[in-house]
Design a protein. Structure first.
Length: 156
């Protein structure tokens, strides 16, 4: 039961005590940025959500759901091997490139504010171009590390 709670409640993770200082600081900075972002989003959308949706906390609740899902995926990834995580980057690039191309197909892509960048899947609207950014960063890191390791081996 404790291992399930560890994945679902990212603030509670006893294994984080064994991490390096930099990893723990980055983890807490992420929580801080998420909290500040929630406060800013709440203050900016409270009145608009009430007027448009009839629920002043509409956007806040939606953001909490996405944060929960993101932090759960973060915890699963943190407790996975590096080889597994880097392997996901290859598949993620292909999947999200496919989703970006799907936004160009009439009837599948949804236009919001004049730009057809969204896919509506059930009750959720996603923007695949935003989801590919972490994957492309990871992919770039892989290629840079390979290039640096080859150049370092050439000097020895």
């Amino acid at each position: 039961m404790a291992s399930i709670v560890r994945f679902l409640l990212p603030f509670y993770d006893p294994s984080a005590q064994t991490w390096s200082f930099e990893a723990r600081a980055l983890r807490w900075l992420t929580f801080l940025w998420l909290s500040v972002g929630l406060v800013v989003m709440f203050s900016a959308s409270y009145v608009a959500a009430g007027a448009e949706r009839g629920d002043n906390l509409y956007f806040f609740k939606g953001q909490l759901v996405w944060i929960f899902l993101g932090l759960t995926c973060f915890n699963i990834l943190v407790h996975s091997s590096m080889r597994y995580a880097l392997g996901l980057a290859d598949w993620g690039i292909m999947i999200f490139l496919g989703l970006i191309l799907a936004t160009l197909i009439p009837g599948i892509g949804t236009t919001v504010n004049g730009a057809t960048r969204w896919l509506v899947i059930g009750p959720a609207a996603i923007q695949p171009s935003e989801m590919i950014k972490p994957k492309s960063t990871c992919q770039t890191l892989i290629h840079l590390l390979l290039a640096f390791s080859r150049s370092a081996a050439a000097f020895h």
